[in-house]
Design a binder for this molecule. Structure first.
Ligand code: 6GU
Length: 247
């Protein structure tokens, strides 16, 4: 996969992509991430990228021309020119695991990081093919949101996670929150690891984990449970249990 990022602050991206799993994916040529400084397409000797809003009001608006010309130049650099052009904006569809999986199917993604009071509406109408928000709060710009989206997408690409980091059980992949995990020591300050996990009975362990996932999701995220695939027996488990604690 090739990921192009159009931003006024390319330096913000050093760090998150230089460590850990994303770095390994880049080093293994599973993904390449190309940063483009929008300022390079700024207008005039001041390299202007924003301007006052027509109709008045506070704040500045990102101009149309630099973004159009930048995205056209980026597409012309090669790769798939039909790649999605994703505008990061608090007005976008709210990002989740399903959208991450959907984006992981493309060979190329182009991200535009919005700033100031927003972008000229013509960018939405005629350039962006998708708009994504990472939640209902306001960030100073789309950069952090782009990092979040890219991190979630890259770890879905085939070959990025080793078998030890496998994503199949984790929260949101199953539609349920993950079950409680423990590692050594078996006792710490009198707090014991649940007996079933050291029983060696794999069927019992699987059953316990599934129940814990369901009960935990019931307590913390009942909204997720409505969409989860539960058997009739599992639905009954939830209905019969007034849960006040997780273990
Ligand atoms: Cl994508 N951008 C900004 N500026 N704020 C946000 C966001 C994006 N998603 C949530 N808040």
């Amino acid at each position: 996969m090739r990921i192009d990022i159009l931003t006024l602050f390319p330096n913000m991206f050093s760090g998150p992509f230089d460590e850990s799993i994303v770095k390994r994916a880049i080093d293994n040529n599973i993904v390449s991430i190309v940063l483009h400084n929008l300022r390079d397409w700024g207008l005039g000797k001041h390299k202007m990228v924003d301007d006052y809003p027509f109709g008045g009001g506070s704040g500045m608006v990102m101009k149309t021309e630099p973004i159009f010309e930048a995205v056209e130049a980026i597409k012309a650099q090669g790769g798939d020119s039909s790649a999605p052009v994703i505008l990061l904006t608090p007005q976008g569809r709210v990002f989740n695991q399903k959208i991450a999986a959907e984006l992981a199917n493309f060979g190329r993604l182009i991200f535009i990081c919005g700033h100031y009071e927003g972008v000229d509406e013509r960018i939405r109408e005629h350039m962006a093919t998708d708009e994504i928000s990472i939640g209902d709060y306001v960030l100073t710009g789309g950069e952090l949101a782009a990092m979040v989206v890219i991190d979630a997408v890259v770890r879905q690409l085939p070959g990025v996670l080793g078998s030890e980091e496998s994503a199949s059980d984790e929260s949101h992949t199953t539609g349920l929150l993950e079950y409680p995990q423990y590692t050594r020591p078996q006792t710490y300050r009198n707090w014991e690891v649940p007996q079933v996990l050291i029983s060696g009975n794999h069927a019992q362990i699987a059953k316990w984990r599934r129940e814990q996932s369901i009960l935990r999701t019931f307590v913390r995220r009942p909204d997720l449970l409505e969409k989860a695939n539960l058997s009739a027996e599992e639905r009954k488990l939830v209905a019969n249990r007034a849960v006040t604690r997780f273990d």
